[in-house]
Design a binder for this molecule. Structure first.
Ligand SMILES: Cc1cc2nc3c(=O)[nH]c(=O)nc-3n(C[C@H](O)[C@H](O)[C@H](O)COP(=O)(O)OP(=O)(O)OC[C@H]3O[C@@H](n4cnc5c(N)ncnc54)[C@H](O)[C@@H]3O)c2cc1C
Length: 330
């Protein structure tokens, strides 16, 4: 049995792996079979990760994190976790290939997924004028004409933030009223750089190398029209990847995994969570990396306490009891 299994290969998972490996815990990291490296694999230039004054391409940054984790002894498996057994002292992780791995502690760092429009162009144009993150990419759109898709609080926040850079920001919404809170709506209505386009759906994104515009369908009349743009931000929601743990770990009202204060401790002893899957607000690579650090340190302390409890007992109580005691101590 292993000490630690880390699930997820984004900044949270790889940072947790670097710390756990340097603590000689020989972590196994399950990276997924297709989306190795997490969300930053879908972007081009990352300019806000400290340590890279000239910026770095998202896939290069993730490649370097993986190399750093492997250098200290992390074992990476390119497969998906399909089932988890988290109760009790031995955690069982079932993989897509049918294999089962066991560990005394789990770090769950599966991230979250921005909702997509469901258009084929999204795959090609992501990072080339199409974005899901104004904080990350707003800077690239100085004096440009862009649009934000959505009608909730996050769409209003993104649109308002983007007016710092862009000359013009359209908000494209499929209804004639917004879901956003009144205060967020008012802030957007008061901003003279923002123009609302009501009752429209984006049916196509134009551009081969970069976004050049969109086709809009009027949701009332069905009419189609083109809108020229330099960039498009999609702000229609975000889903933490929690489907494997819905009935196993406590979740927050926002749908993220609930953790105890600033720690990574979940509702189940020995299970730690990190990154965007616990974060409804910040969702940045560097915050995910910091959160991965917290999870590795929490897991390390948990394992050390488990070892101490075992060593102190001449006739050790059942591991189950030790874990229960630790849960209280933690
Ligand atoms: C297009 C785009 C551009 C961005 N640009 C920036 C930027 O410039 N700067 C910045 O700071 N942030 C940026 N972000 C945000 C940043 O990417 C995220 O905040 C960060 O990647 C979160 O890290 P994470 O490790 O929590 O999760 P993720 O990066 O989402 O990684 C989670 C990993 O877990 C894997 N996984 C999920 N389920 C399973 C399973 N069952 N089995 C195995 N593996 C699984 C996923 O495949 C994925 O590899 C951007 C996001 C997007 C979408």
């Amino acid at each position: 049995m292993r000490d630690i299994i880390i699930i997820g290969s984004g900044p949270a998972g790889f940072t947790a792996a670097i710390y756990a490996a340097r603590a000689e815990l020989k972590p196994l990291l399950i990276a997924s079979s297709v989306e190795i490296g997490g969300e930053l694999m879908n972007t081009t230039e990352v300019e806000n990760f400290p340590g890279f004054p000239e910026g770095i391409m998202g896939p290069d940054l993730m490649g370097q994190m993986q190399q750093q984790a492997e250098r200290f002894g992390t074992e990476v498996v390119y497969d998906d976790v399909v089932e988890l057994e988290l109760d009790g002292p031995v955690k069982r992780v079932k993989l897509g290939n049918g294999g089962v791995e066991e560990a005394r502690a789990i770090i769950y760092a599966t991230g979250s997924a921005y909702r997509k429009l469901g258009l084929p162009e999204e795959e090609v144009l992501s990072g080339h004028g199409l974005s899901w993150c104004a904080t990350c990419d707003g800077f690239f759109f100085r004096q440009k004409t862009i649009a934000v898709v959505g009608g909730g609080d996050s769409a209003m926040e993104e649109a308002t933030f983007l007016t710092r850079f862009a000359d013009k920001v359209y908000v494209l919404h499929r209804r004639d009223e917004l879901k956003a809170s009144k205060i967020m709506q008012q802030r957007a209505f008061d901003n003279e750089k923002i123009e609302f386009v009501w009752n429209v759906e984006v049916t196509q994104i134009h551009g081969t190398e970069a976004v050049t515009g969109v086709t809009l369908r009027d949701t009332v009349t069905g009419e189609l029209r083109a809108l020229d743009l330099d960039g498009l931000f999609v702000a229609i929601g975000n889903d933490p990847r929690t489907h494997l743990v819905h009935d196993k770990l406590d979740l927050t009202p926002e749908g993220t995994i609930a953790v105890d204060g600033r720690s990574s401790r979940t509702s189940v002893p020995g299970v730690f969570a990190a990154g965007d899957v616990i974060d409804p607000h910040y969702r940045q690579a560097v915050t995910a990396a910091g959160s991965g650090t917290v999870a590795a340190l929490d897991a390390e302390h948990y394992l050390a306490a488990l070892d101490d409890a075992g060593a102190a007992d001449e006739e050790p109580a059942s591991a189950e009891a030790s874990v229960a005691e630790l849960a209280v101590a933690n």
